[in-house]
Ligand binder design. Structure first.
Ligand SMILES: CC(C)(COP(=O)(O)OP(=O)(O)OC[C@H]1O[C@@H](n2cnc3c(N)ncnc32)[C@H](O)[C@@H]1OP(=O)(O)O)[C@@H](O)C(=O)NCCC(=O)NCCS
Length: 188
């Protein structure tokens, strides 16, 4: 909790933290030093995953923080990669997050992992700063022969959900990227 409260631009209360951990415990990771001299975590990532507008299986990275003296050692990228893999296992089609427009460390980290800037959110944070919405579009899973498994009609146990996934995956492939200097559109 201290790691998150001391380092993030938005002060998260314990209830927000619990909300994520209780519902998506498998999408939270802690990094510990391997010398076992301390039981204090040096890095943390907290995420959630749900259907967005009943169309897209969306993962969301809510919090990511690495203790100052442990930075630039690949801890954050390992945490993010782990979270991405876990969300992919649960069928994520895209992963999104927001970060301050001038958080160059975070922007560079997510850039290196393939995230793109979808839009700029005007005065998104309580401190009045703008944010960038970053998104990583995930390709649909492929079968052994390279075909899109979701393209096989009725292949899923729930055909409604399956056709849902196909539709939204196709949509994701043609997603238009919007980069506007200022936008106070609702967060949607
Ligand atoms: C952003 C943060 C999580 C990065 O953690 P980290 O463990 O140092 O990141 P990594 O070592 O995995 O870095 C991976 C890549 O990110 C980029 N990066 C990380 N820190 C950077 C910095 N200070 N300046 C520029 N690029 C940076 C680099 O591209 C780096 O790859 P490289 O080492 O090959 O150059 C960390 O600085 C932090 O906790 N900041 C405060 C909280 C925060 O801003 N969280 C993100 C909110 S969305």
């Amino acid at each position: 909790m201290e790691l998150i409260q001391s380092e993030l631009s938005e002060p998260y209360v314990i209830y927000t933290f619990r909300y994520f951990l209780h519902q998506w415990p498998h999408l939270a990771y802690l990094a510990f030093p391997d010398d076992l001299q301390s039981s204090e975590p040096v890095g943390v990532i907290v995420c959630k995953q749900s259907m967005h507008k009943d169309l897209t299986n969306r993962g969301y990275i809510a919090m990511l923080s690495v203790r100052k003296e442990w930075r630039k050692r690949g801890i954050a990228s390992t945490l993010v990669r782990n979270a991405i893999e876990a969300m992919k296992e649960d069928g994520a089609e895209e992963i999104v997050l927001e970060t301050e427009y001038d958080n160059y460390a975070a922007l560079s980290l997510y850039d290196s992992l393939g995230f793109i800037r979808e839009k700029r959110l005007y005065r998104f944070y309580l401190n009045g700063k703008d944010a960038f919405r970053l998104v990583l579009c995930l390709p649909p899973p492929e079968s052994d022969d390279g075909s899109d498994v979701t393209g096989i009609p009725g292949s899923g146990s729930d055909s409604t959900r399956s056709s849902h996934s196909i539709r939204s995956r196709r949509r994701a492939l043609y997603r238009a990227i919007q980069v506007s200097p200022y936008s106070d559109e609702e967060d949607n």
